[in-house]
Design a protein around this ligand. Structure first.
Ligand SMILES: NC(=O)c1ccc[n+]([C@@H]2O[C@H](COP(=O)([O-])OP(=O)(O)OC[C@H]3O[C@@H](n4cnc5c(N)ncnc54)[C@H](OP(=O)(O)O)[C@@H]3O)[C@@H](O)[C@H]2O)c1
Length: 431
């Protein structure tokens, strides 16, 4: 057997503790598969006295300062599991690379913001920067796109990239409950953070999408180029109407290359009930990659949690132990394209529109006149119940049109006298 691979773990929270437990429980299997032992020689967290749900390896030295761990002579691989795009996480990764360590991280925020420059640093010092766990926790989707599908050009990549949002949407549909009530329950059950803004606002999904986009399209990681809308404004009635029309609402991350440039979007979508992605429920994540040779492949599994995420972190450590190496974003970072961004106002698709209208003669005529003026045609409409003089919901699906044109239509409709609330709009993805 070769020399043991010496591992330093910074961050002993959900993922860090899972990694230490897995390394201990699967010690023999991993040594056999790697041809060498994996030994934890250093650990770091904020609070040394905090109770932890694992036995501290007796081979591991404690570091109050994670950057000191990143420089330790008896560490070959630094595993960054602290989190956050700036501060200690970034310092740990940069310090480790500069000190000639291999690096494994689960930190999507860090990679989404600094991925291109960190990849350049890793290549300069000829060290690994691995991040399988950063996108969809336990699903090995980075390897799938970077290696398994390396022969393909991707027509599109899309998926359910945030388990918290998918859980909330599933619960809203199953129980007819409103967003705020389901979010509160999800927080109690531990499916949502006490500050859920990154999840429900679509930021977390956008972090992951920007990483997948770079890998799939050979471009710089551009989180700032992702169009983002969260799920905060969705209502139980939208979910009910969507279902009635043959759709389910999902928060999707979608990327593709268009003639205008790279398109990256995260927003709620109506997806047809009979599509595989519509079937993915609860906290489960899914990524669909459409390659020009492989066709459509779909990867489904747990997007978070100690064990699944640890499984992906260890997969990276195993690669390093076996001596497998490649540029972090598959192609050398100097060749990653600074691709133009496909402007969202030129996106074309169909829309779900929910209006709240006073039930009075001529209300609908005003709406249809605005749509006709802008050449936006209606595919189907639900207008139920009469309640003369009161506000009633009217739901329309449009035919394909351009985002900018739809924005003008909505602006004019919102100003009409019988329209009592801002129109609710959700894009439709038919794949
Ligand atoms: N949780 C998941 O299911 C999941 C899934 C995929 C990816 N990730 C990513 O994995 C990373 C870790 O997530 P997590 O859920 O394990 O986070 P977590 O439970 O909050 O754990 C964070 C750890 O970092 C330590 N820490 C914080 N600031 C530190 C500092 N300045 N110096 C040293 N240690 C510090 C904390 O120390 P104390 O324990 O002493 O407080 C804690 O052990 C994040 O990048 C996250 O996005 C998580």
């Amino acid at each position: 057997m070769s020399d043991a691979l010496r591992i330093g773990i910074a961050g002993l929270g959900t993922v860090g503790s899972g990694v230490i437990r897995l390394l201990s429980e699967q010690e023999k299997l991993l040594a056999q598969r790697c041809g060498r032992e994996l030994v934890v020689t250093a650990v770091s967290a904020r609070d040394r006295d905090k109770p932890r749900d694992f036995d501290m390896p007796d081979t591991a030295a404690w570091y109050d300062d994670p950057c000191a761990l990143a420089q330790a002579d008896d560490v070959d691989v630094v595993v960054e599991l602290v989190g956050g795009a700036e501060g200690p996480a970034r310092e740990i990764v940069e310090t480790a690379l500069r000190c000639g360590k291999q690096v494994v991280t689960a930190n999507k925020a860090l990679l989404a913001i600094h991925g291109s420059s960190l990849a350049a640093l890793a290549e300069k010092v000829d060290r690994a920067l691995c991040y399988e766990a950063a996108v969809c926790g336990g699903i090995p989707v980075i390897k799938a796109i970077r290696e398994g599908l390396a022969a393909n050009r991707f027509e599109r990549i899309y998926g359910i990239l945030n388990g918290t949002c998918n859980y909330i949407l599933t619960q809203m549909e199953e129980h007819g409950a409103e967003f705020a009530a389901v979010l509160a329950e999800a927080q109690q059950l531990g499916y949502a953070e006490s500050d859920p803004s990154f999840d429900i606002g679509g930021i977390d999904a956008a972090h992951k999408l920007s990483i997948l986009t770079s890998l799939a399209y050979g471009c710089q990681v551009r989180f700032d180029a992702v169009f983002i809308e969260g799920i905060e404004d969705l209502t139980a009635s939208d979910i009910r109407f969507a279902r009635e029309l043959g759709y389910r609402i999902k928060l999707l991350g979608l990327a593709r290359r268009t003639e205008a440039g790279i398109e990256q979007r995260v927003h709620p979508c109506l997806v047809p009930l009979q599509t595989p992605i519509a079937e993915v429920s609860g906290v489960t994540n899914a990524v669909v990659a459409v390659g020009n040779y492989a066709g459509q492949t779909m990867f489904v599994g747990p997007g978070a949690g100690a064990e699944p995420t640890a499984s992906s972190v260890i997969a990276d450590i195993v690669d390093i132990a076996r001596g497998l190496a490649m540029p972090p974003f598959a192609t050398p970072s100097s060749t990653l394209e600074d691709a133009p961004i496909s402007p969202m106002d030129r996106w074309q698709g169909a829309y779900y529109v929910r209006l709240t209208l006073l039930d009075q003669p001529g209300s609908m005529a005003g709406i249809t006149a605005v749509m006709a003026k802008h050449s936006v045609s209606i595919d189907s409409i639900i207008q139920r119940g009469r309640s003369p003089g009161a506000a009633v919901p009217v739901v329309m699906l449009t035919h394909k049109t351009e985002e900018a044109r739809m924005a003008r239509v909505l602006h004019e409709i919102a100003a009409l006298e019988p329209v009592t609330e801002s129109p609710r709009v959700i894009r439709i993805e038919r794949f």
